[in-house]
Ligand binder design. Structure first.
Ligand code: SF4
Ligand code: SF4
Length: 238
């Protein structure tokens, strides 16, 4: 098993101490299913890539289990910030200047975004909010309990939390289609979210897709503004 798979397995095993994880979901995370196909559902212009398990004839769906769960905040990998996030959060944290906020509260993250089918889709570098006060760049991508999670399981930055927190467990990216950007979204299968389940039809997730399509579209527009103003770098797949 390669390191990434081992880390995902460890995360899943931790998760299974508190939550029931379907075997098919467990196996999908570890790349052990050979019958996964990419089912695309387009909602409000966002292309959602939903895994379909052919042998079971089921879709892999998701719903958030908060407030019973806040595992994504307890095991947060990185918090990249858009230009809009920087403005909102620096204000929320009482900074008068964004440059002072960036100097004291952020670090630089760089990573490859991969799809549910595990191919690299985008390479990204961004300014990220420190998840703990003394976070260092070499902790980028490693799960840490986020300092903004309070004892009640809520985020003290809410509703001004980073855009990525609003999107989780989706990751999203843009592809160029005849020069026009198209927004895509797929699950992050890191083993940290117990909200995945399977069903024969995808209907039960439509409300979630409606809600998240708007968030994801807005987030990508915010990312475009961020890169345009040189607050981050994204290599969009052609
Ligand atoms: S997104 Fe997943 S990990 Fe985060 S609170 Fe919801 S169910 Fe839990
Ligand atoms: S900023 Fe808030 S929502 Fe985001 S990981 Fe931290 S506690 Fe969770």
């Amino acid at each position: 098993m390669v390191l990434k798979e081992l880390e995902v397995k460890q995360s899943l095993d931790n998760l299974a101490n508190n939550w029931k994880i379907e075997q098919s979901i467990y196996d999908l995370h570890l790349g052990k299913r050979d019958d996964v196909s990419d089912s695309q559902i387009v909602v409000n212009g966002v292309v959602f890539h939903i895994p379909y398990l052919a042998k079971d004839e089921t879709y892999v769906l998701w719903k958030c289990l908060w407030p019973d769960c806040h595992n994504c905040c307890e095991r947060q990998g990185r918090l990249p910030l858009t230009k809009d996030d920087i403005s909102l959060i620096s204000n929320k944290m009482g900074y008068e200047s964004e440059s002072e906020f960036i100097k004291k509260e952020t670090t630089i993250s760089s990573w490859d975004e991969t799809s549910t089918m595990n191919n690299v889709i985008t390479t990204i570098s961004m300014i990220s909010l420190k998840r703990k006060e003394n976070e260092t760049e070499d902790q980028d991508g490693k799960p840490l309990p986020c300092r903004f999670l309070n004892d009640c399981g809520s985020c003290v930055l809410h509703p001004d939390k980073p855009g990525v927190c609003w999107l989780y467990p989706f990751s999203s990216w843009m592809e160029s289609n005849n020069g026009k950007p198209v927004v895509h979204a797929s699950y992050q299968l890191t083993g940290d979210c117990p909200g995945f389940y399977t069903e024969k039809i995808s209907q039960s997730m439509m409300d979630v897709l409606q809600e998240y399509s708007k968030r994801i579209f807005e987030y990508n527009m915010s990312i475009l503004r961020t890169t345009r103003e040189k607050y981050g770098f994204i290599d969009i797949v052609q």
